[in-house]
Design a protein around this ligand. Sequence first.
Ligand SMILES: [Cu+2]
Length: 153
Amino acid sequence: MRDKYLAVVLVCFLTLVLGGYGQAQSPQEVILQPVGNQVAFEMVEITAKAGSQLKVVMDNIATNPGMRHNFVLLNVGPEDTATIESIGIGAIQAGEAKEYIPDSKAILAFTPMADAGKRTEVVFTVPPPGDYSYICTYLGHYIQMRGVLHSVK
Ligand SMILES: [Cu+2]
């Protein structure tokens, strides 16, 4: 009887420990969608803990095949419009062959381009506390598709 009791306690203990361990390991997930077929992110602000693992899913719910989107995180805040523009223009020059990702140290993380109706994702370590712009780099979308990742302690 006592053994059975101990076994139950042990199972409960392991469930708690392993359950907690599993949670600590799995990254926080953010699902980013466009506003229908518009050139706009539905979510323009994300808050995450600095140093944690964050998964961003680009869930392109658009039905218009011309509406392709990605998520590109930059190491500059929203006030640095010059860098945002240079990435947006560089992406057009990089073109399809480079999936609209220019070579730049300003890019911290990005998802592959998601066609209409498709999902792509990226997992990355949230940078040190601060505000980081994210944009879509498909043909000129950076002008309207912008958001801010708030990294907090
Ligand atoms: Cu886009």
